[in-house]
Structure formats: C-alpha cells, structure tokens
Write a protein that binds this ligand. Structure first.
Ligand code: OOG
Ligand code: MG
Length: 258
C-alpha cells in the first residue's frame, strides 16, 4: 500500500525548497489514482493546519490543447486555497516558485451549493452567481512538468497561484462556447482559443467535478470559485515577462513577474 504521509512530505519539501523531484510513481508503483487523491487531500489538510483556507477548486486537462501538451487525456481535480490567490496588481513572486507557467481559464463563482450525482452543465449555469476571467499559474513540483496521471493528482494538479478578473458576468447572458481568449506574451500573440475548447462547454467541466465530489461524499459549496481548466497550452513565465490574457465579455488580466 502506498505510503501517503511520505509522499505528502516529499511534495511539500519540493515546494518549500523549490527543488523539483522525479515522478513519485517511479518510487512507488503502488500509487494508483485513488491513493494519489489521498495524497492530495492529506497535503491540503496540512495546508489548512498551517492556516490556509479552501476557497475553491480547479479542473485540469479539460482541453485538447492541455491534454496533448501534457500527454494525459483524463481531466483532473484539485483544490484552491486563499494563499494561492494573487491580486491582479501583484507581480508573480518568481522567488517562491520553481518553473511557473500561466494559462487562461474561465472561472465560475457559485451562488448555490452544487451536489452530485446528476449535476448537468445547465445546473452549473443556474447555480453560478457569475463567471470571470482567470489566469492559473501552475508550477509542477516535478522536473520538467513530467508526470503520470497519479503523479499530477498527488501534486494537487500543479496548482500554485491564480488571478481572477474583476468583471463578473451572468453566464446566461453570454454564449460561453464562443467566448474568445487571446494570449499575448510581451505584446506578441502566442495563443488563441474559445470557451468550447474546455469539454465543449466550460460548465460541463464544473459538472464533472461536482459529480466526482458527490461520489466522494463531498460537494461544491456556495461561494466557491471553480477554475474550469486551461483553454490553451500554458506559457512559461520568466523574469520580466508581461502576459496579457484578453477575454471576450470578461475583460483583460495582466500578469507581470517580479
Ligand atoms: C497539470 C495541471 C493542468 C489545466 O488547466 O489543464 C491544468 C499541468 O499541466 O501541470 O491546470
Ligand atoms: Mg489550469
């Protein structure tokens, strides 16, 4: 049986020291997907004991672009805490991160609880108090972002930081499938996508998470922010970079590194 506590420590230490590690499944082939979610839960429990607060959840690997880039085609679920949220005006603290990458996402803010099973994309739209633009900054604790499905799940799906846009839009008032996004690095367009890139509709991703949580005996609470997954592949953020992510209807988010 996988040693959950050991892997929590190994991952926490990699994050603290900013020293990426090899895939933990290579050290322990018994670490399956269920055990990996146990590692993730135990690491989050450790963060809560250190004073952090859960503010939401995230999906990963929900777009073809991300699935192809990372070589894994199964959507994954992670947890967001208050310590991960950055103010749009705050430069990305490169000194606290290993090899950050940024990706544009559509975030849902829930006005009502969502409890699976049986949650549909329509239920998600009905439960949302709004959607907003988001940049997720991922920072794998593994060397070169090289991992299997179980590795990345254990690593809380590479979650590191996130920035939310300030415009909250009623998801009933826009067609999220057609919502365009343009990614610019230092003024040069590096990627483009539309909302449909995420599982055909980003609300489908949130429904998937609510149903998975139902199977775990958990639910998505009112007030939670849910990142529905990168619409494009992620871009590396190096010192002095300026990223601009522009979303139809939801506005722009700027990210500079410090
Ligand atoms: C895994 C996390 C993926 C997304 O939005 O697809 C993710 C990774 O790419 O390191 O957050
Ligand atoms: Mg992401």
């Amino acid at each position: 049986m996988a040693d959950i506590g050991k892997w929590v420590e190994v991952l926490a230490e990699a994050e603290r020291r900013r020293e990426p590690i090899g895939p933990i499944t290579e050290g322990d082939p018994t670490l399956d997907l269920d055990a990996a979610y146990d590692v993730q839960r135990a690491r989050i429990a450790q963060r809560l004991a250190q004073g952090e607060r859960i503010v939401g959840a995230k999906l990963g690997l929900t777009s073809k672009a991300k699935q192809v880039a990372m070589g894994i085609d199964t959507p994954i679920f992670g947890v967001l805490t208050d310590a991960m949220q950055l103010d749009a005006a705050t430069p990305l603290p490169l000194g606290e991160l290993i090899h950050p990458r940024a990706e544009p996402e559509i975030a849902f803010v829930l006005g009502e609880d969502l409890s699976g099973p049986g949650v549909t994309a329509h239920d998600v739209i009905d439960a949302a108090s709004g959607v907003c633009a988001a940049i997720e900054v991922i920072d794998s604790r593994y060397v070169d972002f090289r991992f299997t499905l179980a590795d990345v799940v254990a690593d809380n799906t590479s979650a590191a930081r996130f920035v939310l846009g300030t415009t909250l839009v009623d998801p009933r008032s826009v067609d999220l499938t057609l919502l365009g996004v343009v990614v610019e690095t230092d003024g040069v367009v590096s990627d483009t996508a539309a909302g449909a890139a995420v599982l055909g509709h980003p609300a489908t991703a949130v429904a998937l998470l609510a149903n998975q949580m139902g199977a775990w005996g958990e639910h998505l609470p009112r007030g939670a922010t849910v990142l529905s997954g990168g619409l494009t592949n992620a871009v590396a953020v190096a010192s002095g970079h300026h990223l601009t992510m522009s979303f139809a209807h939801l506005g722009q988010i700027f990210l500079r590194s410090g």
